[in-house]
Design a protein around this ligand. Structure first.
Ligand code: ZN
Length: 149
């Protein structure tokens, strides 16, 4: 698979940190096994902990009508919101591949909806966390609920 030079030339994937949020990493790896990815063959798992301490997980769920598919982060957020929870403390995503896998643009906005100023996003693969971000690093100057208040 080729990528635009600006996205892969010189890219260095940071060392894996298996000791960062180990429970969430394990939960994300576990749910990733249930991803429905007959088209991309790119399974992703996500696990988040709310500010109350509850954990929710989700995997990506593709659809033959491609735009109807759902990212792992969106699945986990739907489970969280459906349980009545609204604040994400930390979220871990696990995907494969040789490049650093971070939440897509749409998921950055979905996380932003339920983020606090302290929300942390960890991008991991099956070996461990590869990168850690604040919400404002992942989505600078993002639009959020306070804009409509
Ligand atoms: Zn996404």
């Amino acid at each position: 698979m080729s990528h635009p030079a600006s996205y892969d030339s010189g890219m260095v994937v940071p060392p894996a940190a298996p000791d960062v949020e180990p429970e969430l990493q394990a939960r994300a790896r576990d749910v990733r096994r249930h991803a429905h990815v007959p088209y991309s063959h790119f399974p992703v798992g996500a696990a988040l902990r709310t500010t109350s301490g509850a954990v929710f997980v989700g995997a990506n769920v593709e659809n033959a009508a491609y735009p109807e598919g759902m990212c792992a982060e969106a699945s986990a957020i739907s489970a969280m919101a459906s349980a009545g929870e609204r604040e994400i403390s930390v979220i871990v995503t696990v995907c494969g591949g040789d490049l650093l896998g971070t939440p897509c643009g749409g998921c950055r906005q979905k996380i932003r909806e339920f983020a606090t100023p302290d929300t942390v996003i960890h991008a991991a693969d099956t070996s461990g966390v590869r990168a850690t971000y604040t919400m404002s690093e992942l989505l600078p100057d993002g639009f959020g609920p306070e804009h409509l208040a």
